[in-house]
Design a protein around this ligand. Structure first.
Ligand SMILES: Nc1ncnc2c1ncn2[C@@H]1O[C@H](COP(=O)(O)OP(=O)(O)O)[C@@H](O)[C@H]1O
Ligand SMILES: [Mg+2]
Length: 397
């Protein structure tokens, strides 16, 4: 194992035992970072990649970076992921500068170049690494607790989409193909049920019937897209609150992170997933179905924040489908949970027997609650969208 890198002879670990630290040192030194490496420690609560906080000493001061080993079981083409992330972050920077926004460094991720090639490094064991500048004075929260959290998260994702609405061609890569193909998800569920490899079908017929009952809804957004009413745009596709960094001082949303699933698609999928994850007071695996419901105040805050952030680039048809997107995304995720339950919990980790069935049941319940309250909820969103829309910094031309 190398303890130094050509061109950087003084790079040696300063704080940790060389034995354990050597691989992380090798990774740290593979990127264009001046100064002396001080250490790398596991960081954050992400579930997909291995994330490390890396410290270098530059001119006597510690400077921080984030290094991630990509999960190549989830992302089969890491080069395509990196090319997407590079184009997206560079375009965000252009948009921010054009809008004359202060503090651009903290409002978009910045990739650090690798010494050898591009922005990526493959270690001696085949691990695929990248490095970002650390966004200081900001943090992320795991769950949306209040309407204010909901508003901030939705605004951040709306703004993110708006910044990317005019990304020049070519089309971004689809890093996970068929990610939002509701029809394919339904067919996968039917196939899992027909196969019933683990004899679990008898325990979940009611849920299967529930998803079958809602099957006619599954093609609605794709149909509107085919009719030219819903344009293909760029969506984030993982709109969890912990993918938004907020300013520690002001609480304002600064930066959307975790850009690996950023792909061409319908922006409504992002809003729909916010509705799915933020509007019910219950966790995703709630067993007491009577507690699962949409809280109007949360939906209103999501709509207000999202529309403020998106600031005018949405078409009337997109605005009209905001509530429906919540129903659709919740159904689709529910079908994925039920499929996984039938197939033996290989994708979503089960912490107790029937865990994915509980999740499927709760999603079905939530989708049907939104569906049954649709008129009332549409009115709430309509009110949010008729309030004064502040001029967006990122309106597409
Ligand atoms: N550039 C950054 N600056 C500060 N913190 C970051 C940065 N990138 C990631 N993080 C932190 O690391 C955590 C995991 O990163 P993320 O890219 O979301 O990985 P995962 O796909 O595993 O969720 C985030 O929740 C965030 O707290
Ligand atoms: Mg994340």
């Amino acid at each position: 194992m190398r303890s130094s890198v050509p061109g950087a002879p003084d790079r040696r670990p300063a704080t940790q035992g060389e034995q354990a630290a050597a691989p992380l040192l090798e990774v740290a030194n593979a990127f264009e970072i001046p100064g002396r490496w001080r250490g790398s420690v596991p960081y954050g609560s992400g579930h997909i990649h291995d994330t490390f906080l890396v410290v270098f000493e530059q001119d006597g001061r510690p400077v921080r970076f984030v290094q991630q080993r990509l999960n190549t079981r989830v992302f089969h083409d890491p080069h395509a992921v990196m090319e997407n992330v590079r184009r997206v972050t560079e375009h965000q920077r252009v948009a921010l500068e054009r809008a004359g926004v202060a503090d651009t460094e903290r409002r978009a991720l910045r990739l650090v170049p690798a010494r050898e090639r591009g922005f990526e490094y493959v270690d001696t064991e085949g691990g695929f690494w990248r490095t970002f500048a650390f966004i200081e004075g900001a943090s992320s929260q795991d769950v949306i607790r209040s309407p204010e959290d909901a508003r901030v998260a939705a605004e951040a994702f709306g703004r993110f989409q708006a910044m990317l609405a005019d990304l020049p061609a070519p089309r971004l890569a689809e890093t996970i193909p068929h990610f939002h193909d509701a029809r394919a998800r339904f067919e996968a569920l039917e196939a899992a049920a027909a196969h019933d490899a683990l004899d679990r079908l008898d325990g979940c017929r009611a849920e299967l019937d529930g998803f079958r009952r809602n099957e006619p809804l599954l093609d609605r957004l794709d149909r509107l897209h085919a009719e030219g009413l819903l344009p293909e745009r760029i969506a984030h596709n993982d709109t969890k609150l912990n993918n938004v960094l907020t300013d520690d001082r002001t609480g304002e949303a600064l930066c959307v992170i975790d850009l690996d699933t950023v792909m061409p698609g319908l922006v409504l999928h992002d809003f729909g997933d916010l509705v799915r994850t933020a509007t019910s007071p219950t966790p995703e695996d709630e067993r007491d179905l009577s507690r699962i419901d949409v809280q109007p105040a949360m939906l209103a805050a999501l709509a207000r924040g999202y529309l403020d952030g998106a600031g005018g680039f949405l078409t009337p048809a997109e605005r009209d489908e905001l509530v429906f997107s919540g129903i659709l995304v919740t159904l689709v995720v529910g079908m994925r949970f039920l499929t996984d339950h039938l197939e033996g919990d290989g994708y979503f980790r089960a912490h107790r027997p029937g865990h994915n069935l509980d999740r499927a049941r709760s999603q079905l319940r939530l989708a049907e609650r939104i569906l049954s309250r649709r008129d009332e909820l549409e009115a709430i969103v309509g009110e949010a969208s008729h309030g004064p829309t502040p001029p967006s910094l990122f309106r597409s031309p």
